[in-house]
Unconditional design. Sequence first.
Length: 66
Amino acid sequence: MANNNSNRSVVPEAKDALNKFKYEVASEVGVNLKQGYNGDLSSRDAGRIGGQMVKKLIQQAENQMK
């Protein structure tokens, strides 16, 4: 059976940059992330962070295509 692990990084070298980006975005949307485990974070807050990250990455890609 194939391993379809969606958490596997396509570019492992980008992990640190994405982690830093996550904390920057969390700060922008007003969510306090602590270093390490954030299991007490609400789904709503986690979604706000992830959604904003995706939005910014898409904007950056679109700007590079111009």
